[in-house]
Design a protein around this ligand. Sequence first.
Ligand code: SP5
Ligand code: ZN
Length: 344
Amino acid sequence: MKTIYTDTHRLQHGNVELMDGQLLPCFEKPERADLIITQIRASRLGPVLEPDDFGIMPLARVHTSAYLAFLQSAWDAWVEEHGSTHHALPLNWPIRGMRSDIEPEAIDGKLSYFSFDAGTPITPGTWQAVTGSAYVALTAQQCIAAGERAAFALCRPPGHHAAADYYGGYCFLNNAAIAAQAFIDQGAPRVAVLDVDYHHANGTQTIFYARDEVLVLSLHGDPRQEFPYFLGYADETGVGQGEGFNTNYPLPWGTDAATWFAALESACQRIMAYAPDALVISLGVDTYKGDPISQFLLDSADYPRLGQRLARLGLPTLFVMEGGYAVEAIGVNTLSVLSGFVQA
Ligand code: SP5
Ligand code: ZN
């Protein structure tokens, strides 16, 4: 299996995020991808290739032009207002009864308008890092389109929390959605996106919510207890043409491997019934019991098993990296999923 990777991810290196009432060092840090690529290079998984440049078009198939223009210009606008000493974080958001339909002129207002949390700093290198990450996903998608069984997009920053016109949850461009849309645009009638990250795929769900040609499934911490709190409930099943083509599997804090794999089995049954032309896996390993911000109990031995189960679906499969914050285990656990898939 080929891995697509670029060092450009290091340009996203936020100083702090707001968490538990403190400004803490960012959990989503360059070391994450560095440790994964180190494991892959030391393994026999396959070659590591650089991404191609795809320009703005495939990004604009998923994201609005106003949002892309904002992301591209946000750092410069921030520096003009505040200087470059601190990275850009939003401070307030519109809530019920306030105007959420106006993009303000001031950079602080724009940050609020296009975001949903205070954990996702915009830095000098954010635009370059996030476009590089999307190109990693698109290059891996091209491998599958060219006939390969599977490919690994080692994306960083991650993407699944980003919607058509907002960022948050460490995500700016929805790499998995951009790749899924590329399959559709190249003529695939149906694509499934299965998100096994610990957190709900709120961005991916929202992007494809009214459409039946992309089935979205997400296993995640129950939003009654867990971030992002305001999406990911079981009764979110799609709308209009998309009704029946979104499935959420919210699971409680403390979910162990037995319960988690039972939900995975349900998702796999739904995928088989849908019979997609390609499968995109949003691969987070923050389900690991040692993850510092998550509450599931998967063990390292469970990750090969995940890869094996996905392989049994028998579909062209694109793995897109999402979360995972236990850096001592992130490389091993990620490689285990991919090795399990290849060896199945
Ligand atoms: C891609 C991805 O995995 N994004 C995750 C974003 C999570 N953001 C904050 C979650 C805060 C949950 N509370 C953690 C408490 C730790 N003491
Ligand atoms: Zn996550």
